[in-house]
Write a protein that binds this ligand. Structure first.
Ligand code: G3P
Length: 218
C-alpha cells in the first residue's frame, strides 16, 4: 500500500519524506487555506514546492465546478509538474472532465467519494485514483472501511485500473485496516503515520538492550 500524506504543510511533507516511506501527497482547498496559501500564483507555486520535496504523485484540486472551467484549470495544474494529479470532485461535470483528462493522458484523483456507485462512475470515466473519505463516513455513524471493502470487490470484479486512495484517514487503525482490505493507497496526517511506530514493548525492549550493553561496556 502506498503512503500519501494529506497536508499542504511543507515541514510535515519534508518530515515524512525524510523517513523514506512517502509515496505522494494529497491536498485540497481546505488544507491549502489552513497553511494560509492564497492567491492563484501563490497556490500554483506551493504545488511546485511540494513537487520538489516528494518524488511521487501530488494531488492538486480544481476549484471550478463547471466542465469547461475544470478543463482549463486542470490543464494548467497538470502543466506545473509531471507529478501533478488533477483532483476533481465527484459531480456530473467532474465525471465528464475526468473522461476528458483520461483521454488526454492527464492523471486524475476523483475526490469526495462516499458511495460504491460514485466509485464505479469514476472508474468508468478513467480516473487514476478515487478518494473515498472514510473518516467523514465514520463521523456520521457509517462504516467508512466497509466502503473501501465494497469498492475493492467491485473494482476486482472488472479489473478496473483505478486505484483506491483511502482518504480522510484519521488514525493508525484506519491505515492498518485499509492495508488488510487491500486499498492501493492511503492518505492521512503525519500523526497517523508516525503513530504506527509506537509500541510500549519496543520502548521497554530498547531500554533494556541499551542498559545491558552499558552494564558490561561502561
Ligand atoms: O483527503 C481528504 C481529506 O483531506 C479529508 O480529511 O479529516 O478533513 O475528513 P478530513
Amino acid at each position: 500500500m502506498k503512503f500519501f500524506i494529506d497536508t499542504a504543510n511543507l515541514d510535515q511533507i519534508r518530515e515524512a519524506q525524510d523517513m523514506g516511506i512517502l509515496d505522494g501527497v494529497t491536498t485540497n482547498p481546505s488544507l491549502m487555506a489552513k497553511e494560509g496559501i492564497s492567491g492563484e500564483q501563490n497556490i500554483l507555486n506551493h504545488y511546485v514546492d511540494i513537487c520538489n520535496i516528494v518524488d511521487g504523485d501530488v494531488s492538486a484540486e480544481v476549484i471550478s465546478t463547471e466542465y469547461n472551467d475544470m478543463i482549463q484549470e486542470g490543464e494548467k495544474l497538470a502543466q506545473l509538474h509531471e507529478n501533478i494529479v488533477v483532483k476533481v470532485p465527484m459531480i456530473k461535470d467532474g465525471v465528464k472532465a475526468i473522461k476528458y483528462f483520461s483521454d488526454k493522458g492527464i492523471r486524475t484523483n476523483c475526490t469526495l467519494i462516499f458511495s460504491v456507485g460514485q466509485a464505479l462512475l469514476a472508474a468508468k470515466a478513467g480516473a487514476t485514483y478515487v478518494s473515498p473519505f472514510i473518516g467523514r463516513l465514520d463521523d456520521i455513524s457509517t462504516d467508512g472501511l466497509n466502503l473501501i471493502d465494497e469498492i475493492r470487490t467491485v473494482y476486482d470484479n472488472y479489473v478496473f485500473e483505478t486505484q483506491i486512495l483511502a482518504a480522510s484517514v484519521r488514525h493508525p487503525m484506519h491505515i492498518i485496516d485499509c492495508a488488510k482490505i487491500g486499498a492501493d493507497v492511503m492518505t492521512g496526517p503525519l500523526s497517523a503515520i508516525t503513530a504506527l511506530l509506537k509500541h510500549p514493548l519496543t520502548d521497554i525492549g530498547l531500554e533494556k538492550f541499551l542498559a545491558d550493553y552499558k552494564s558490561v561496556n561502561g
